[in-house]
Design a protein around this ligand. Structure first.
Ligand SMILES: Nc1ncnc2c1ncn2[C@@H]1O[C@H](COP(=O)(O)OP(=O)(O)OP(=O)(O)O)[C@@H](O)[C@H]1O
Length: 584
């Protein structure tokens, strides 16, 4: 599993530091295990009446040194382990992010942003905590228990007494086998419900404006409340089983202590062992109760983190649907003509074809317009051109090359795609426009903004192109956002430009001006204009009318106006609307 490999790789690469930390903690605990011995000797001296004031000072000093050494060594060891844990967190988050960027749109359409955040936040934190807590507590506990056992065995306490006293602890492995898988299973359920809650939260926050406009806050609160209740129920189940498990381990320790006091006390009364041995034995057994609690903690945490590791592993094993061929070469730019041959496409899991039998040629340097009712397959065609989804083999060619045989970077680099609602990042307007051309000069950014008719709006902001968007910046209107996104596409000056309803949110006058600019700029460059308004594409060399995934009509604007069909009907409706509007 990839996640486990990531963990093993990290632990191996930092093995030296981990070893150093473990040694420090171990040494601290070995030193701490001396204190019952010191107290036992002190008790015997006290009881025999041979103790002097300098002896008391000496014993006090020894205990102080034990405390200081233990505190500093174990503390430093813990610090190193915690630091390394943070390093793992960083590495895993980076790997997950890189992996997310390699996944295809079909993954994102099925998994919400919230769920992805949950992997990056909850699961990674859970694994990080487990590394730190497990190493820390395991070292602490095992060394302390081992030291206690060794010290007991090397003391004057009879071995049969030691074995009897620690016998209840032999049930620990049984408890681990009994409870471990259940804790892991329930942790998995909790992590899944946490993911669902983060996803719901992300969706609710994203849609908060719509919620408010429709005054359905109560419904949204109820829906979100249901997710929270789900987590609560799952977490309570986990807490219940974890608590029982964690309580049983120290309970076994308490049983040991009871046996020690009863049996050890009996032997002391009979004079079989000294009072000092009895005190030491009691302290040793008591010393083991805390480590036992820690072991319980470790096992709990480990089971939880195994659940998270499994989730991360599954995610890392998911591969993007769109894979680049090993022998893929860059798209040659001799010619930017597009050929589509008998293309039919159906989305994975969908019951109907989004495109059916499409044959289309866009000669190099020509402009083609695509119009059609909503849902007729216009955007699907673009997604296939960009390989957001894979079209069947042998159906799409650019510059004479089947698009599956070219590198994704060159394919997407040679196409400037301007969607209807291009996402703008929370950064400056300049950075948003120069998104794919990071080194573009301010003059180039300004020129693209002028072509997209957004320049004046930007200059109206106090900080011009340095204006920040998003949470701490300005909020653009729908039309301003669209034109900023258009400027981002135009600055790319790519061999192929695709406008997907990219001027739908601007007024008719601005649209005419923008289309005029695009015609001038793209005179000898391949351009695909998708629009609902005929005015945006009537100048195209060829216009395709899509209807339910098929090409219903094709031709120039004037030819299509002469034909009976969807185009003429649309023209009649749109022109009629425009005339009515101008008449009123
Ligand atoms: N990811 C998807 N999974 C399944 N079906 C999809 C997916 N995306 C689109 N579709 C379906 O494919 C068909 C064509 O959608 P497409 O987005 O291409 O239409 P469109 O012509 O661009 O519409 P609009 O003008 O509204 O943007 C529709 O029936 C739509 O429901």
């Amino acid at each position: 599993m990839k996640a486990q490999r990531l963990l093993t790789y990290y632990l191996r690469s930092k093995a030296f530091y981990y070893l150093f930390a473990i040694l420090l903690i171990a040494a601290g605990n070995v030193i701490q295990a001396y204190y019952p011995k010191v107290l036992g000797q002190f008790t015997d001296r006290l009881k025999s009446g041979s103790i002097t004031i300098p002896d008391i000072e000496r014993y006090g000093l020894i205990l102080l040194v034990i405390g200081l050494l233990y505190g500093s060594m174990a503390g430093l060891g813990q610090y190193v382990i915690m630091r390394l844990g943070r390093g793992f967190e960083l590495l895993t988050r980076g790997s997950l992010f890189r992996h997310f960027t390699s996944l295809s749109e079909s993954y994102y359409s099925k998994h919400g942003v919230g769920q992805m955040l949950s992997y990056v936040m909850n699961d990674v934190t859970s694994v990080r905590e487990s590394i730190s807590v497990c190493l820390n507590h395991t070292t602490n506990a095992s060394i302390l228990i081992l030291s206690a056992v060794v010290m007991m065995l090397t003391s004057s306490i009879p071995p049969f007494l030691i074995v009897t006293c620690v016998a209840p602890l032999l049930f620990i492995p049984w408890l681990v086998v009994r409870f471990g898988p259940q804790i892991r299973q329930r942790s998995m359920t909790v992590q899944n419900s946490l993911g669902a809650m983060t996803e719901a939260a992300e969706e609710q926050f994203g849609g908060i404006r719509v919620t408010k406009k429709f005054a359905v806050e109560r419904i949204m609160i109820t829906r979100f409340g249901a997710k929270v209740d789900d987590i609560k129920a799952n977490q309570l189940q986990l807490v219940r089983i974890s608590s029982v498990f964690q309580a049983l381990l120290p309970f076994l320790g308490t049983l040991s202590l009871i046996v020690t006091i009863a049996y050890g006390g009996f032997l002391t009364m009979r004079g079989s062992i000294s009072m000092g041995s009895f005190v030491s034995l009691t302290l040793y057994v008591r010393l083991m109760i805390n480590p036992l609690q820690q072991i319980g903690n470790v096992i709990n945490t480990m089971q939880r983190s195994r659940a998270s590791l499994e989730r991360i592993g599954k995610l890392l094993a998911t591969e993007g649907d769109i894979q680049e061929q090993k022998e893929a070469a860059p798209l040659l730019q001799h010619s930017a003509d597009i050929h589509i041959r008998s293309l039919s496409f159906r989305y994975p899991g969908s019951g109907r074809d989004a495109l059916l039998g499409i044959n289309l040629t866009i000669p190099d340097g020509k402009t083609v317009g695509i119009i059609g009712k909503t849902g007729s397959g216009k955007t699907t065609l673009v997604k296939l051109l960009l390989r957001i989804y894979d079209a069947p083999a042998g159906t799409i060619y650019i510059g004479g090359r089947e698009i599956r045989t070219v590198t994704l970077e060159s394919l997407r680099g040679d196409i400037a795609y301007v969607p209807q609602d291009g996402f703008l990042f929370s950064t400056t307007l300049r950075d948003n426009i120069a998104f794919s051309q990071r080194d573009a000069s301010l003059a180039a950014v300004e020129a693209a903004s002028k072509e997209a008719h957004i320049y004046d709006s930007i200059m109206g902001f106090k900080e011009g192109f340095g204006t920040k968007l998003g949470e701490r910046g300005v909020t653009l209107s729908g039309g301003q956002r669209q034109r900023t996104s258009l400027a981002r596409g135009l600055i790319k000056d790519a061999p192929i430009l695709i406008l997907d309803d990219s001027v739908s949110a601007v007024d008719a006058v601005t649209e005419t001006a923008i289309i005029g600019n695009i015609r001038r700029l793209r005179k000898k460059k391949t351009t695909l204009i998708i629009a609902h308004r005929i005015s945006a594409l009537k100048h195209a060399d060829e216009i395709i009318v899509l209807d339910e995934g098929r090409i219903a009509q094709r031709g120039t604007h004037s030819k299509l106006l002469l034909e009976e069909g969807i185009y003429r009907e649309l023209y009649r409706l749109q022109e009629g609307g425009a005339k009515n509007a101008s008449a009123t």
